[in-house]
Design a protein around this ligand. Sequence first.
Ligand code: NCD
Length: 316
Amino acid sequence: MSFSQSHLLGIEPLSPSDITAILDLADQYVDLNRRDIKHSDALAGLTQINMFFENSTRTQSSFELAGKRLGADVMSMAMQASSIKKGETLIDTALTLNAMHPDLLVVRHPHSGAVDLLAQKVNCAVLNAGDGRHEHPTQALLDALTIRRAKGRLHRLSIAICGDIAHSRVARSNILLLGKMENRVRLVGPPTLMPSQIDEFGVEVFDDMREGLTDVDVVMMLRLQRERMDGGFIPSEREYYHRYGLDAEKLSHAKDDAIVMHPGPMNRGVEIDGEIADDINRSVIQEQVEMGVAVRMAAMDLLARNLRVQPPDVMA
Ligand code: NCD
């Protein structure tokens, strides 16, 4: 199993074989997580620090559980209450933590590029848990694992990513990953919620849900990211639901066995009908959460293996 990276900052630097290495190991961790005793010592003796500068429920708890199941010493910093509030810069905070010798630093930050910058200043493995509108690599990897397990493959599938693409790091990381694995990606949503550099992505774009969903294997819905909007991107939530919300009628245009995904948190009745979200025959939203823990275990395990190749001097 080969994984070439010393950090997980985004999907962009990963090769198809890096992606496959993470997913293959994650499959093994899914099995471990379904046992009564969910424990391995892959990260025993290592220290994992979680720094979330933005609110998060599922991603932060998923990383925390992943580290604990692998035997790491895990600490989650309460960033709201930290020195950042007293005016300390991101880099000073990172250097302070670095002096405590963490092995894995998991960071979420509202600014695109902040996590890359931080990775240049510390000497441990850094995992990006979401930076601004830029990337959210573990989300794309857990989505890929969910798709691969549901469809039996992760290539030559037709996947529609729908809704607020412009503000979404999840969309960006998924477009990159699904493209690297040779799938056909469609983006569906109102033109006001499409990113400006859309031509660079090599995707098809639709502003009509029924057309965009026709014959797809996977329907991936995104949350309307109101906190990132500073103007009138949509007329009203009711109108948005009418045109772009996923309901049974719109879904009937996809393949009969198409799966429905959503990274959470969901706005029921805005981008997705609650009944579709809860339909266990179509929706894999709960599986996504389960895959999230396994993928994060795999990513941290592989990064830790690369760390151990270069033991600190004192151990030499
Ligand atoms: C996503 C995020 O934070 O980018 N959520 C998540 O990681 N579970 C998507 C979102 O916030 O809509």
